[in-house]
Design a binder for this molecule. Structure first.
Ligand SMILES: C[S@@+](CC[C@H](N)C(=O)[O-])C[C@H]1O[C@@H](n2cnc3c(N)ncnc32)[C@H](O)[C@@H]1O
Length: 387
């Protein structure tokens, strides 16, 4: 395995801090996750799934991607174009792409022939593993750079991408916003120091957002997220942006009770709040500000069509019917129970991915369509046979 121990990356960051006098937390996080040789997302480490560090919805069960495919199929029908373009950014192990492509090829073979599935992926190892996972769909899938695509008619898709963008950490003390800088700890490792914000863009960001940190609280500012959304919107002529991630609207994200923010690290299925240990071996994430994504989208013609919890979206796409169908296919009760437990993760509010995980659907030049994923739960047909 070519994975390099934390010491190489740690030594590199320490040397950078020595020469620059400190790094904003965003610059530190960028190095931890994306330093080209040793960054967490750049190595051949197993990150996602049972033998990795965390699960994503698409790694829990194929049903997630199969339900998302239903929404994509309806989007294609609404657009009625010759070619349907899907662009997925941050595809990880390629689980979502595989399940979407499998479902479309089985359920809508004619659409499958008309679609192009572009993947924008930063990690070279992830790209290699995606190509392996998607070998059966090799003639549908292309890899491209972030600026090297455009959508004439289609959907831009991401699952747990935006939470992996580097964030600035800020605290408000005596009315003034200060930024967390990472410096070298003389006793070894890293430590934090409060300084003046690294960029005037931070104050501008909160003015634009219309909210900000509460006195004494620590918060994250993901400046890259609205920039990303603006770029995505500009590259779409007609189509949809489907963003799935954990997060909240700004008001909730920056609420008084969230005293230490939402920064979390994941290593071998253990969550912790210390990004300064196991550097390069841990994922570092922060909850997504969905208000910022919607505001930035609106600036480039992306209208919010639906925003809500993942469990609502999946239920509207037929989660219960599919669960019942899969259960009916299982041969013994033990297997059926395991299936129920696995799938419960996708919709359970507490301890699962149902509520903190949100879905944002935006549209550009598509009017106000009734999306199947946006149906109110009370309008769903009652599944025959009960649960
Ligand atoms: C948490 S994983 C999500 C994986 C996947 N979507 C899933 O459902 O399992 C984040 C992914 O985003 C990729 N990534 C992070 N920043 C990126 C960027 N700016 N452009 C493209 N990919 C990026 C990482 O390399 C990784 O594959």
């Amino acid at each position: 395995m070519s994975y390099v121990s934390e010491n190489s990356l740690q030594a590199m960051i320490k040397a950078q801090i020595d020469s620059e006098g400190g790094l904003s937390f965003a610059a530190f996080m960028k190095q931890c996750l994306y330093q080209p040789e040793h960054g967490y997302y750049m190595t051949d480490r197993e990150r996602i799934g049972k033998s990795g560090d965390f699960f994503t919805s698409s790694s829990v069960h194929t049903l997630f991607g199969r339900l998302i495919a239903r929404q994509l199929i309806q989007m294609d029908e609404l657009l009625g174009a010759e070619t349907f373009q899907i662009v997925e950014q941050g595809a990880g192990e390629g689980h979502l792409a595989l399940d979407v492509l499998d479902a479309i090829s089985e359920e809508r073979p004619q659409l499958y022939e008309r679609l192009v599935y572009n993947i924008v992926e930063r990690g070279p190892e992830s790209r290699r593993r995606q190509a392996q996972a998607l070998s059966a769909h090799a003639d549908r899938v292309r890899w491209c750079d972030a600026d090297d695509w455009s959508i004439a008619a289609g959907c831009y898709l991401s699952n747990e991408l935006v939470d992996a963008f580097p964030v600035h950490l800020l605290e408000k003390h005596q009315g003034a916003i200060q930024e967390i800088f990472v410096i070298n700890d003389p006793a070894g490792g890293f430590t934090e120091e409060l300084r003046e914000p690294s960029s005037p863009a931070l104050a501008k960001y909160f003015t634009w957002l219309g909210t900000g940190p509460v006195e004494g609280n620590r918060i994250e500012a993901n400046l890259a997220a609205p920039d990303w959304m603006r770029r995505v919107g500009q590259q779409i002529e007609r189509g949809f942006v489907l963003t799935i991630d954990y997060g909240y609207p700004a008001e909730e994200l920056y609420a008084l009770h969230r005293r230490t923010g939402t920064l979390m690290c994941y290593h071998r299925h253990q969550a912790d709040e210390n990004p300064y240990e196991k550097v390069g071996e841990k994922d570092i994430t922060a909850h997504v500000d969905f208000t910022a994504l919607q505001l930035a989208g609106a600036e480039v013609g992306l209208q919010t069509l639906w925003f809500g919890e993942q469990y609502r979206f999946l239920m509207s796409l037929g989660f219960v019917e599919e669960l019942m169908r899969l259960e009916a296919e299982t041969v013994d009760e033990k297997e059926a129970r395991a299936l129920r437990l696995t799938l419960k993760n996708l919709i359970m509010p507490e301890g699962g991915m149902g509520e903190t995980f949100k879905v944002l659907v935006q549209g550009k030049n598509v009017g106000q369509p009734d999306l199947i994923g946006a149906r109110a739960l009370r309008d769903l047909p009652f599944p025959v046979g009960g649960m």
